[in-house]
Design a protein around this ligand. Structure first.
Ligand code: ADP
Ligand code: FBP
Length: 309
């Protein structure tokens, strides 16, 4: 069983338009509300692939109910903690000119009491799971060392953790040595404190994190693909070429793919190949946090992997 944690889920209000112009009236063509947030998306993909999944985190208000209903409908074991504030709605604008614009709300204020109720449930849930995925930003009121605390609890129970977050929550979280992290290039730049200009730079920065005790650092680089770095070296998967429809949730599909590979005992090479195929399949699907199973399979043989170090 895989447990996904989403401390700041979101309804992804997904709009399509010709192009989005700042400072002007923009009339949108279509709109769809999609249950989202990083751990929610990971759980959605795992369910699509037939994996049992427990999903927990913080949900509040009507938007929270919308997400919980959806997760129940796909057969996820929902263990969310209710909070008084309303779960956020994020805006994703998919424009025909190719630009994807995301407007992300900060999320509700969460009290210490609410968080402690969540942590109690989490401590119970980790005992029944083999792998824990902790994903996304944290809602207001939650200290940035929350992932460090949650990963320590998992480590104490000999459970493997994947962490996919940003900013200070990421910086503090890695102090607890999760097994794997999946920063995108910007998140890695935040950690190292400077711009990374090429693949070598990215591989060096990821390599330093491995030396600090993270077994696997998988850096997502949009249409440039994925770089997997461990003490054994660095492998670069070029992103297979697809017609991108919605790239929101691609990072989450990488995490979901790695979670499955870990449970199946796949090696670095096969895991990376699968993740690049899954993520490209996610990019070509309108619904964020969804893939075409057929396309993922087809793309698997098309992923090119290059050894970098
Ligand atoms: N246009 C695309 N075509 C093919 N694959 C893509 C495309 N955009 C993203 N991907 C795949 O999805 C992965 C995650 O996307 P990325 O945007 O880097 O993550 P995040 O959403 O976490 O920032 C990429 O590393 C790549 O493998
Ligand atoms: O938790 P954050 O970092 O605020 O991001 C939330 C957003 O990220 C998503 O999970 C998509 O993430 P990725 O594009 O990184 O896979 C959306 O569903 C959600 O709106």
């Amino acid at each position: 069983m895989i447990l996904t944690v989403t401390l700041n889920p979101a309804v992804d209000k997904t709009y399509t338009t010709g192009s989005l112009i700042l400072g002007q009236v923009n009339r949108l063509e279509t709109t769809q509300n999609i249950a989202g947030g990083k751990g929610v998306n990971v759980a959605k993909i795992l369910r699509q692939c037939g994996y049992p999944v427990t999903t927990c985190g913080l949900l509040g208000g009507y938007t929270g109910l919308f997400i919980e209903d959806y997760m129940n409908s796909i057969g996820a074991d929902c263990r969310f903690t209710r909070v008084a504030g309303e779960t956020r709605s994020n805006i994703n604008v998919l424009a025909k000119d190719g630009y994807v614009t995301e407007l992300l709300e900060p999320g509700p204020e969460v009290s210490d009491e609410e968080l402690e109720i969540f942590v109690k449930g989490y401590e119970e849930a980790i005992t029944r799971c083999e792998l824990i995925v902790l994903s996304g930003s944290i809602a207001r009121g939650i200290r940035s060392d929350i992932y460090k605390r949650l990963i320590k609890l998992a480590n104490d129970n000999q459970k493997i953790c994947i962490l996919d977050t940003s900013a200070e929550a990421l910086r503090c979280g890695i102090e607890a040595h999760p097994y794997m992290i999946k920063p995108n290039q910007k998140e890695l730049e935040y950690l190292v404190g400077h711009k990374l200009t090429d693949i070598e730079d990215v591989a060096d920065a990821a390599g330093k994190l491995c030396e600090e005790g993270i077994a696997k650092v998988v850096v997502s680089m949009g249409s440039k693909g994925l770089l997997s770095v461990s003490r054994e070296g660095a492998l670069w998967a070029k992103a297979p070429s697809v017609k991108a429809v919605n790239t929101v949730g691609c990072g989450d599909s990488v995490v979901a793919s790695y979670a499955m590979s870990m449970l199946e005992g796949e090696d670095d090479f096969s895991s990376l190949k699968r993740a690049a195929a899954t993520a490209a399949s996610s990019a070509s699907t309108f619904q964020s946090g969804e893939i075409s199973l057929r396309l993922s399979k087809e793309l698997l043989d098309k992923v090119q992997i290059e050894k970098r170090k």
